[in-house]
Design a protein around this ligand. Structure first.
Ligand code: SAH
Length: 217
């Protein structure tokens, strides 16, 4: 019922416009565009920010954290995308759960770890209410990855560190990739592909993420 109300239809239209703008800005993968089209970004932020939900910007979600810029969310998905649906993906830094929900559209199972217990509980309730049953949130320090559920077909880190933690690379399947922002003041997206005991590293676009912090809160 709510989805068919005036508000729902307006947000459907503004979401379509957002996806169009993302396509013009360079997101090309049809499966990723369609994932972005399906996830209602306005439901991941405070109602007071509703009118800005489909603008191309990051927005505050409390606790000094943000919902990622939709272009970045799409770009991260494109970096890890493979022809076959990904079986199991790990995200570090759930925040409000938006990127995890988008990832859930292109992979069978998403695990996402968050250090902040308040953000984690809010995101867990939100995702459950919205019916994202293939997203599993864990209260953990992303510097350790999620050994219990490893290995992963892909790992996405949505907060910046000064280096790529080796432990995360060790939790990739052979042939799988990790993508994360690296740097402090100036950051770039780094993609690492595991090939047996070796790794291939590529540098991509300049980005600006909140820092990957140590320990739980
Ligand atoms: N992925 C989010 C954006 C996340 S912002 C989205 O979909 O919009 C970065 C998040 O990483 C914050 O919620 C922050 O609390 C979390 N974070 C920072 N350091 C962390 C760590 N070491 N382990 C797990 N989560 C961490």
């Amino acid at each position: 019922m709510a989805e068919n109300s005036g508000v729902g239809m307006t947000s459907d239209r503004t979401r379509l416009r957002m996806v169009k703008r993302l396509e013009e800005a360079g997101i090309k993968n049809p499966a990723v565009l369609s994932a972005l089209e399906r996830v209602p970004r306005h439901k991941f932020i405070d109602e007071a920010l509703d009118s800005r939900a489909y603008e191309l910007m990051s927005l505050p979600i409390g606790y000094g954290q943000t919902i990622s810029h939709p272009f970045i969310v799409g770009r991260l998905c494109e970096h890890i995308f493979q022809e076959l649906p990904l079986q199991r993906v790990l995200e570090i830094g759930s925040g409000c759960g938006y990127q995890a929900a988008v990832l859930s559209q292109i992979s069978n199972e998403v695990f996402s770890v968050e250090r902040n217990i308040n953000l984690l509980s809010e995101a867990r309730i939100r995702l459950r209410k919205m019916g994202y049953r293939n997203v599993h949130l864990r209260h953990a320090d992303g510097y350790s990855g999620l050994k219990k559920m490893a290995p992963f077909d892909a790992i996405i880190v949505t907060a910046a560190a000064e280096f790529v933690p080796d432990i995360l690379i060790s939790q990739l399947k052979d042939g799988a990739s990790l993508v994360m922002p690296v740097g402090t003041d100036s950051q770039e997206l780094i993609k690492i592909k595991r090939n047996g005991d070796n790794t291939d590293k590529e540098s991509h676009e300049k980005v600006k993420f909140v820092p990957l912090l140590k320990g739980l809160s």
